[in-house]
Design a protein around this ligand. Sequence first.
Ligand code: UDP
Length: 239
Amino acid sequence: MSSQPIYKRVLLKVSGEALMGSQGFGIDVAVADRIADDIAQAVRMGVEVGLVVGGGNIFRGVAVASKGGDRVTGDHMGMLATVINALALATSLRKLDIEVVVLSAIAMPEICESFSQRRTLHHMAQGRVVIFAGGTGNPFFTTDSAGALRAAEIGAEAIFKGTQVDGIYSADPKKDPNATRFETLTHSEVLEKGLAVMDVAAVALARENAIPIIVFSIHEKGGFGAILTGGGRKTIVTD
Ligand code: UDP
């Protein structure tokens, strides 16, 4: 394994849940700082990073819909939650002197810039980390789909999906001691086996655009950097 990155531009998807640590809700700043540390390491290696952050640690649209409320309003609330998380991660990155910009799919000019592909490419060319907030900007979607969408738009070589475990397993490794980790899978296998990696729309979009998905543990310090240089523990989903 060399210390040279084998990727030039990647899309990292961090779920909202990853940010809450052991709290059960909201943002644990120490956890956000630790994830930012790994992103900073990647930037210092010369990798261009686009970051999509979820909102599940604060709000999910289904929480409204399941109690008889309007799903679309619930999803708007969920998308706003992703903006809060994006601002938290931007703050953590700035503490490490990393240049970062938040681009939101929902216009809120007093708080951050609005997303456009052209703006994104401009910021990336300036060496900035771009954090994509607001998901796709549409209800009934997820931030996983936003991850696949933004990856295609910026020409990312891979989608890095940071999860609670270090790859895709044959069963839940926290419940089944016989669960084994897949080294590689195809997008079609993930869809056919119904493996809970990213939602179906996200995997289908990645497949259509031939973008590999790399599943790894977001909680392992240095794990992101190790994979960027060709090592680390992960599952690679590819054609
Ligand atoms: N959401 C949405 N459209 C999007 C992305 C997200 O409506 O394009 C809403 C949806 O309600 C979702 C919430 O935002 O439940 C938080 O996103 P997600 O569940 O993907 O977050 P994660 O599970 O990654 O924390």
